[in-house]
Design a protein around this ligand. Structure first.
Ligand SMILES: C[S@@+](CC[C@H](N)C(=O)[O-])C[C@H]1O[C@@H](n2cnc3c(N)ncnc32)[C@H](O)[C@@H]1O
Length: 276
């Protein structure tokens, strides 16, 4: 990985890598890559929603297809893709995230199908290689605009003609995300977060002339997370109750991936498929 100090755009790759490694050392793995410091049932349910939704969207016959997971974290998605039969390249900026991803690949008995690359998403380079499936979950919001565009350009550049790129973005219209935390620039500790919604993605896809389809949203989960959990936080809701509410919510979201009436104001996340 090229550890470049704050260049023109003010994004310090090294600081970002350090930040994510520290985060992983400070909390349990799902909390490090999903919502920070919330009770485990919330992240477990969100994880189930994303992985099951992706599974349903993947082409049948993943065996021996080539997949690329950008910003792989601890390997939730990368390891699932390998378990589905793909050869997976897992990319992350943080050495610790990659080490944990490797460990999870080993536990899942798919180490032979995976390789691990430490790089910033906007600098990935796979000369003469193309991928059938590319995933980029939970990453775009952590890249400043210039690096975000570069990351997406790189992803399209290494995608096969009939390939699919799956991206997760936030829903800016979600009533629960009104107080969503956003940094104006990368913080001195390396953290950067902004709200990246469908508007940004749609504009990017229009400019690149690629097809863009919203495939799934999570209104029931968002109600469980942002309303029920926040409302009862510190009061009367037990972890067991939260677990039961969250798994019911995810069941409903999975039964109805795009619930037109509820999606726009309530969902916190969208899963989008991009094709050339
Ligand atoms: C919110 S986590 C999501 C991880 C994983 N995609 C998932 O959904 O479980 C963000 C991940 O992106 C990685 N990351 C942050 N900035 C990055 C960058 N510039 N290039 C590559 N990876 C980056 C972090 O190390 C972290 O693993």
């Amino acid at each position: 990985m090229t550890a470049k100090k704050r260049h023109g755009s003010g994004y310090d790759v090294h600081a970002a890598a350090q930040f994510w490694s520290r985060r992983l050392q400070s909390v349990e793995p799902l909390s490090a890559v999903l919502t920070y410091n919330v009770p485990p049932p919330l992240n477990q349910a969100y994880d189930t929603w994303e992985r099951k939704t992706l599974q349903a969207l993947l082409p049948s016959g993943m065996k021996n297809r080539k997949a690329l997971d950008i910003g792989c974290g601890v390997g939730r998605i990368a390891v699932s893709l390998a378990k589905a039969g793909a050869y997976v390249t897992a990319v992350d900026i943080s050495a610790d995230m990659l080490a944990t991803c490797r460990n999870n690949a080993s536990k899942g008995k798919v180490l032979k199908r995976m390789r691990f690359v430490q790089s910033s998403a906007h600098q990935i380079s796979f000369p003469n290689e193309k991928f059938d499936i590319i995933t980029c979950f939970g990453l775009l919001e952590h890249l400043p605009a210039r690096q975000r565009t570069a990351c997406m350009n790189k992803a399209l550049g290494v995608m096969t003609a009939r390939g699919k790129l799956f991206v997760v973005v936030n829903n800016k219209k979600c009533i629960f995300l009104k107080n969503h935390y956003t940094t104006t620039a990368q913080k001195p500790d390396g953290y950067y977060v902004s709200m990246v919604g469908l508007d940004w993605l749609e504009l990017f896809c229009k400019r690149k002339n690629v097809r863009y389809t919203v495939k799934a949203a999570n209104p029931f989960y968002a109600i469980a997370h942002y309303y029920i959990f926040s409302h009862f936080k510190g009061c009367s809701i037990s972890e067991q109750e939260l677990k039961s509410i969250c798994s019911q919510a995810v069941k409903l979201d999975l039964q109805c991936p795009l619930n037109e009436k509820m999606t726009e104001q309530l969902s916190s996340h969208y899963i989008v498929e991009i094709r050339k």
